[in-house]
Design a protein around this ligand. Sequence first.
Ligand code: SF4
Length: 342
Amino acid sequence: MRLSPLPRQGRNLAGALLACAGNVRRPLSAACILTHRCNFRCTYCDIPDRAGSELSSDQWLSGLRELRDAGLLRASFSGGEALLRADAVSIIKGAKELGLTTSLNSNGWLTHAQLVELAPHLDLLMVSLDGPAAEHDAARRKPGSFARAIQVLREARALGITTTSITVLTPANLHVVEPILQLAEQNGYWAYFQPAYLECFGRDRGLQPGLGPQVLADISQRLVAAQSLGRPVGASPGYLRRLALTPGGSRCENCRAGRQFVTIMPDGTFVPCHLTADERTWPSAADHGFAKAFAQMPAVSPGGGCAISPYQELDLIFGLNPAAVRTALRRLLKPATAGQPH
Ligand code: SF4
């Protein structure tokens, strides 16, 4: 009897498990930076200064198809502000039609119409939130941006999209951890936190002054305590442990960036993570196509790791850290309990 072949998603899941267990190169997750342009100028961010050439939507979609055929399971979309591209929704829709899990990072300046269009194609929406109204609007340099971000988080949840906030912690807003957790409880989303870096594209420049080891250990301890009380802390315990040990909680040469997850810059350059973007000339999808660009990525050079929450969570998940895998599954399975984040 001839067994019918596993459907592609089953094959890709099985391939992913083998790749994770053996720590072999396979593109499992792609962070697609659609543009560096942004309609905001946040105090801690220099990304919009990099705005330049961008792949077309056809290049993104044919490239994601190549990666999907090579094993890709997930595509996350971000910027700058990804939705400044008129074709962002259709790229996300196309990624979903390829069978990928999709997520979008946004500053929350979305319209209701964009959300309704996105809802069937988006598994997770992550909105940047820098604190309550005064702190958020000051950091974002955009009056009214807090109210709009909260409204978008509520509307997205009502449309069935799993929602999270992400808060960049700087020496100026360390006091917002508690109010952000309260907002997450009131509005039903998961709250993530990550320390600000001096420069968005340079791991060697390190964290913002004032975010020393003692401060990070303190933040970690507070989040661990909140999590143990069942509060909506999005991070996995593994990330919080690494945060408490930053710098030194992770090492770049051990990281799965570039081996199992990759960041694709707006012009098609494949980099392990955005912090390594300036270290060397990395392969470009514009020259080689997506699958070859991934296959040709050199190893990350040794370094002191990072405290970037999404990257560290992926490193833990693909390293089959049980708590990180459980945390990720909890997001995907969307528990429907009233009042709980989904
Ligand atoms: S540890 Fe952080 S900076 Fe180093 S390669 Fe991984 S994601 Fe990049």
